[in-house]
Design a binder for this molecule. Structure first.
Ligand code: UD1
Ligand code: CA
Length: 434
């Protein structure tokens, strides 16, 4: 299907009460606008995003995240505010156009295609709502749309109409070319309403088909409450799809998964797990309340209560409770308890004892720790980076390692142990019992 897609994203989003542009607020790790762009790119090679408020920021975010060509159109908001103004002077490649709102992250490719394949001159999305407030009302006669009346322009009778404009349209380019230049701002908000092209088209004998769509997909995100509700729906979608693919989830409603995370093989996620960023999890078991951020885990067990921070790569590794790993590559490693492993590379067969810390930061710079194969790092060791520990090394518990250690060595640093008989009783002026 050859269609162009226009995504409206120039509005201020005042109801969001935020300095961040509305369409850049995130849902499951991604700006909500990106879901609209993703769906658009699936059906079209001509995607235009209309911007104005904080346009530099929005354009920059899009260019940072997409290799594909995306066209930008800067709306002349000073002279032509409103969704109709947004559609002025656009260059559109194909004869058929789909218009999406940037604040509808839940719309799917299938729904866009269903709208685009309708046979009206305009096919417009309609939802039936018990509480239609906030939306433009759709007047329908004999199965065809007659007009859309914005809430602020409705009389009392019109306010009771429960069919509302969901804000997505598929229409012929010609219709836009004929009617957009004729729009006026003669309404309560003094804006150029895209929705006014409906009654203009009707007066010229065009057919406007209402396409009833799912409320869940087409609800616009206008406030932080809407944002939270959209997040719930998006999370359910992501998790359902992954469970169908074979991921096991214990109490899925307690689990959070970024929409960009990928999974492979048999993965078990226990309750309270959070998978953030573009993580990849292959055949691993992630236990209760662990957090994985933008990392790769292959054939490993993590947690409970572990934190794997960005740029970590763990393969055939066991990470136990209260272990934090950051920007490290661990291959065939065991770190069972209470450690911080940062900026490190650790090789096969190495055991990291409880409480081992890589001291990677001197207050100014970060330094690396490299540990070879089959190293036994005793509990409560501090590894002062930069540091290289070669293969087959034994480090005694409680050591502070400040020099590179060569293959096969024992390294131990301990203050000598002092013992003073009966010191306790003298110090506390207590009598010694038996
Ligand atoms: C719009 C529709 C309303 C529909 C509702 C569905 C109009 C006049 N009204 O109202 O019938 O029920 O969507 O969610 O179209 N935008 C621009 N430029 C502007 C103004 C807005 O690009 O000058 C963009 C916004 O960034 C947003 C989209 O258009 O992505 C919709 O704008 P919004 O202000 O949310 O419209 P609603 O009042 O919700
Ligand atoms: Ca809206």
């Amino acid at each position: 299907m050859s269609i162009s897609v226009v995504i409206l994203a120039a509005g201020q989003g005042t109801r969001m009460k935020s300095d961040t542009p509305k369409v850049l607020h995130k849902i499951s790790g991604q700006a909500m606008l990106f879901y609209a762009i993703d769906a658009a790119l699936e059906v079209s090679d001509d995607v235009t995003v209309v911007v104005y408020h904080q346009k530099e920021r929005i354009i920059q975010e899009i260019q940072k995240n997409y290799k594909q060509t995306i066209n930008f159109h800067i709306q002349d908001v000073a002279n032509f505010p409103g969704t109709g103004g947004a559609m002025r002077d656009l260059s559109i490649k194909h004869k058929k156009v789909v218009i999406l709102n940037g604040d509808m992250p839940l719309v799917t490719k299938d729904s866009i295609e269903a709208l685009a394949s309708g046979d009206g001159d305009i096919n417009m999305s309609v939802i039936k709502l018990n509480n239609p407030s906030g939306y433009g009302r759709v007047a329908i006669k004999k199965g065809y749309v007659q007009e859309i009346i914005e809430e602020k322009d409705c009389n009392e009778a019109q306010k009771t109409i429960q069919s509302v404009n969901a804000g997505v349209y598929a229409l012929k380019r010609k219709i836009l070319e004929s009617f957009i230049p004729k729009l006026t701002n003669d309404n309560a908000q003094k804006e150029y309403y895209l929705t006014d092209i409906i009654k203009m088209a009707v007066s010229k004998g065009k057919t406007i088909n209402p396409v009833y769509v799912k409320e869940e997909e087409f609800k616009g995100v206008n406030s932080k409450l809407d944002l939270a509700n959209a997040e719930i729906i998006m999370q359910n979608r992501i998790k359902e799809a992954l469970m169908h693919k074979g991921v096991i989830m214990r109490l899925p409603h307690t689990i959070y998964i970024d929409s960009r995370a990928t999974f492979e093989g048999e993965v078990i996620l226990e309750n309270g797990v959070s998978i953030e960023g573009k993580s990849h999890i292959g055949s691993s078991h992630i236990k209760t309340n662990s957090v994985v951020e933008e990392s790769i885990l292959i054939n490993s067990t993590i947690g409970p209560m572990a934190r794997i921070r960005p740029q970590s790569y763990l393969i055939d590794t066991h990470i136990g409770n209260f272990v934090e790993v950051k920007k490290s590559t661990l291959k065939g490693v065991k770190a069972g308890h209470l450690s911080y492993l940062g900026d490190s590379t650790i090789d096969e067969g190495t055991n990291i004892g409880a409480g081992v810390i890589t001291c990677n930061y001197d207050g100014k710079n970060k330094y690396e720790t490299v540990i070879g194969k089959n190293v036994f790092v005793g509990s409560d060791t501090q590894l002062i980076a930069p540091l290289i520990i070669e293969d087959d090394v034994l480090i005694g518990a409680g050591s502070t390692i400040t020099q590179n250690i060569s293959k096969g060595e024992l390294a131990i640093s301990r203050a000598p142990l002092k013992r003073v008989q009966n010191f306790f009783y003298k110090f506390f002026h207590q009598k010694q019992t038996s």
